[in-house]
Design a protein around this ligand. Structure first.
Ligand SMILES: *Cc1c(COP(=O)(O)O)cnc(C)c1O
Length: 476
């Protein structure tokens, strides 16, 4: 077992010599000063600090260590040049409160990123402020709410299909909307008749992902958007996974009014572990005046932050969003240029390749061509006593991150795989081989499969206890 850094401490041992001089704290109000005589910090040499954190980082799984087919998460490789550019002094040594004139470069990066995202989504205006996909959804819902308030209509219902990402109903509910869930049809798509039956004067809008979370493209999207607009509602596009359609179509062409995009998925900025992300929101012209303040604009001579926006919903995040994430996404878009279209082509190709190789061994509930991801079911394996969770744990011992499991909820024992475009055919083949091997193990030796993982730093855990009674804090 790795010891905690506090357990490695030896009194008086130090990695750094601090001055004994008395520091002057006059500029800090006394109520903010600690009255404790000594802060409890580990006392450890610099070399031991390095070893400690290296050891911890080696336990981590990351894309540089292996394949990460986590469905709906787009865990692709993020080019390192993004990091170099985001680390440039001109970006890291500025402050959000500096005058527009002092930070023209930073404002230009944000403006140009907005322009690029307008092109990709087809929308007329973009805010970069939201810090995540879910916050983008909330921003979009706030805009819808304020829009109907402004035109004097009381619309309370937001329609969401049963295949939706869980954040969709959560965001709409947080905004005070009623959620009207509609069931998918036997092809995993929106049931038009069911949609018609719930549309009325109370419909504020519909939240859709296209391709949906089954990785399937809503082929009736034009009809859907026509029906919702005729009922007076707005269409919200969950564009977390734009990597499926970039350059081929866009939410505007499909009839959507609002969209959020996850820079930390499609546009290769880091994510996971609760780190910073970005969920820019795009709107059509009629909703432009509802965007959060400030908007970043170009007045013909210079880049400015505009606070005077007629119907703005206000601020949704401090300053302008997660700036260094925006730099990374902009770097990626510049790097790829027109090849962004190939990103989507290859993401879709890789997913279809895997789907076709695996469908003989695992149940494939919806067998039409998929987009960037596909969903298998572990029901066949469960009959032999090995559920999807056990398959996921078994994969870890072959140095693969498990796919997303038990989501979307409409597929029993769901195994949701998103290979992304950054993987080679050889790597995809390795994963396919291991998945087939596991399917065979389940038939010949199911009990063995249940014993995994055995090679990971933490072995098999009690899932219920781990979730209900997490013990995360070290107390002295
Ligand atoms: C990831 C994802 C979200 C949520 O994005 P966060 O940045 O994690 O808040 C919403 N919808 C879909 C379809 C997603 O894949």
């Amino acid at each position: 077992m790795t010891k905690l850094i506090f357990e490695k401490t030896r009194q008086g041992r130090s990695g750094i010599n601090l001055t004994n001089e008395k520091l002057n704290y006059d500029h800090i109000e006394s109520k903010y000063l600690s009255t404790e005589s000594r802060t409890i910090l580990p006392e450890i040499t610099e070399l031991e600090v390095m070893r400690h954190y290296k050891e911890l980082s080696d336990k981590n799984f990351c894309i540089e260590k292996g394949f990460y087919p986590l469905g709906s998460c787009t865990m692709k490789y993020n080019p390192k040049v993004n990091e170099i550019l985001a680390g440039l002094e001109g970006f890291t040594e500025i402050h959000p409160l500096q005058d527009d004139d002092d930070v023209q470069g930073a404002l230009k990066v944000m403006f140009n990123l907005q322009e690029a995202l307008k092109e990709i989504t087809g929308m007329d205006a973009i805010t970069l402020q939201p810090a995540a996909g879910a916050q983008g959804e909330l921003t979009g819902m706030m805009i819808i709410k304020k829009y109907f308030e402004t035109i004097g209509e009381q619309r309370k219902n937001v329609i969401i299909p049963d295949s939706a990402h869980g954040t969709n109903p959560a965001s709409a509910a947080m905004c005070g909307f009623n959620i009207i869930e509609i069931k998918s049809n036997e092809n995993g798509l929106i049931d038009i008749n069911e949609l018609k039956s719930v549309l009325n004067n109370d419909t504020a809008g519909i939240m859709l992902t296209n391709p949906n979370t089954l990785g399937l493209f809503e082929e009736n999207i034009s009809e859907i958007s026509k029906l919702v607009h005729e009922a007076g509602g707005l269409l919200y596009y969950d564009g977390a996974n734009m990597n499926a359609i970039m350059g081929y179509t866009n939410p505007k062409l499909m009839g959507f009014d609002i969209v959020h995009i996850n820079l930390h998925k499609t546009f290769s900025t880091p994510h996971g572990g609760g780190g910073p992300g970005a969920g820019p929101v795009g709107v059509t012209a009629k909703l432009k005046d509802f965007l959060p303040i400030p908007t970043i604009e170009y007045d013909g001579g210079k880049y400015i932050r505009k606070y005077d926006i007629k119907n703005s919903i206000g601020k949704v995040k401090a300053f302008y969003g997660n700036f260094s994430i925006l730099v990374r996404a902009y770097a990626y878009i510049l790097l790829m240029g027109k090849e962004l279209k190939e990103v989507s082509a290859n993401a879709v190709l890789n997913a279809n390749y895997m789907m076709n190789k695996l469908k003989e061994h695992y149940l494939l509930p919806y067998s039409t061509k998929c987009m960037h991801e596909f969903v298998l079911s572990g029901e066949k394996q469960k009959e032999n006593g090995v559920n999807t969770l056990a398959i996921a744990k078994r994969l870890m011992d072959s140095n693969f991150h498990p796919p997303t499991i038990y989501f979307p909820l409409i597929v029993h024992e769901a195994i949701m795989i998103e290979p992304t475009e950054t993987e080679t055919k050889e790597r995809l083949d390795e994963f396919i081989e291991v998945m087939i091997e596991i399917a065979k193990e389940v038939e010949t030796n199911p009990n063995d499969v249940l014993n995994h993982p055995i090679k990971t730093p933490v072995k098999k855990v009690d899932e219920t206890l781990a979730a209900r009674k997490p013990d995360l804090a070290f107390k002295i």
